[in-house]
Design a protein around this ligand. Structure first.
Ligand SMILES: NC(=O)c1ccc[n+]([C@@H]2O[C@H](COP(=O)([O-])OP(=O)(O)OC[C@H]3O[C@@H](n4cnc5c(N)ncnc54)[C@H](OP(=O)(O)O)[C@@H]3O)[C@@H](O)[C@H]2O)c1
Length: 326
């Protein structure tokens, strides 16, 4: 048996999860068994626990998308990993547990100077940001880019990757503290969307043309307004629905301006083609080890304190990543 965090949502009590004893995961032939040292909380955990997540999950499940730890055992068809290796990975079940089993294609060796905390805090957001910038959008040097939720986990990582491309970055944020933070991370213009209309700001700042790329994780009206500030030939990448609402689109929004909409889901890739994420994951860990990419950890909590972490995320008060130790 082992300790794990189990989904148990009760809005009235601000409860998201409870701690419980569950069976240790079994080890498949192509899997690696990891003793978790650090796991992280992601915004999608909050959505999943509330039942708003696009991918179906069991009614009761262990949350957590990413973790780092030590290899305890390897399945008979696994090559390249052995007991004692320091790794990070995307577990099959949830990451908020003492032990997890991970598909070996979704397990990544840690560079010597990368800590378990740093690796766990960046794996999911880092791989997503890297794939968004390099594959989904293919951002080119000096392009004009709009990043929504720019002070979030994916947002701050995207900003760092875009800065390396000398992009002109517009970021939207919910408060002054987040505004100052994204300016430190290289945003050319930080937009406080609660008091400023981001569409007006972008149209004005780009002389009426709009931006080349939009990264949208909010959906709903934000998606619809974003289309209005997308330049001809531009790309809007939709990769989340933090608002809980879908954004609507007319085919006429695209055809006469040669613009395109691209969807991205790292979860879908983990499921359908896990090996396709290896290059991006290893690149992110490498950038972390050479200090060309940084991760912002705001809190380190124990499994008993996870509800506090989820509440901070749901209230949008948290800045940086919350990491969890079993
Ligand atoms: N497609 C993928 O593969 C993939 C992978 C990872 C994450 N995601 C998605 O990417 C987004 C960012 O993930 P993250 O873990 O880095 O989270 P995060 O950005 O740290 O947190 C979400 C942020 O979204 C902003 N937001 C804007 N409108 C919102 C609304 N109506 N409700 C709630 N939040 C709103 C809030 O920032 P402000 O206070 O600044 O508004 C909030 O802090 C999430 O939507 C997540 O589901 C997608």
């Amino acid at each position: 048996m082992m300790k794990a965090v189990i989904s148990d949502y009760c809005k009235k009590n601000n409860q998201y999860v409870r701690l419980d004893e569950v069976s240790r995961p079994s080890l498949g032939q192509k899997e690696v068994l990891i003793k978790v040292v650090t796991a992280s909380l992601n915004f999608a955990d909050v959505s999943a626990i509330k039942g708003d997540y696009h991918a179906l999950r069991e009614e009761v499940f262990i949350p957590g998308f990413d973790c780092a730890g030590v290899v305890m055992d390897v399945g008979e068809n696994v090559e390249g990993f052995s007991q004692g290796d320091r790794v990070a990975g995307f577990p099959n079940g949830g990451a908020l547990a003492e032990y997890v089993s991970v598909n070996s294609h979704l397990t990544y060796r840690l560079p010597e100077n990368v800590s378990f905390d740093s690796a766990a805090s960046i794996l999911s957001i880092g791989v997503t940001a890297y794939e968004l910038a390099h594959k989904a959008a293919g951002v080119k040097e000096s392009e004009r880019v709009l990043v929504h939720a720019a002070a979030g986990g994916v947002g701050l990582t995207l900003l760092q990757l875009l800065k390396r491309k000398q992009a002109k970055i517009f970021g939207t944020v919910g408060n002054e503290q987040k505004k100052r933070l994204i300016e430190q991370y290289g945003a050319t213009k930080a937009i406080l969307y609660r008091s400023e209309d981001f569409e007006t700001e972008i149209v004005h700042s780009t002389g009426g043309t709009g931006v080349d790329i939009v990264f949208d994780s909010v959906g709903g009206q934000v998606f619809e307004k974003s289309l209005k500030c997308l330049a001809p030939y531009g790309k809007l990448i939709t990769y989340g629905h933090a608002s809980g609402q879908p954004g609507r689109l007319l085919s006429t929004d695209l055809h006469s301006t040669s613009r395109s909409i691209v969807g991205y889901s790292s979860g879908q890739r983990q499921h359908e083609c896990p090996s396709s994420l290896r290059a991006s994951a290893e690149k992110v860990l490498d950038l972390l080890s050479t200090e060309d990419l940084s991760t912002k950890i705001s809190r380190k909590l124990s499994m008993v304190e996870v509800n506090t972490g989820f509440q901070l995320m749901a209230d949008r008060h948290n800045i940086g990543k919350i990491i969890i130790t079993p």
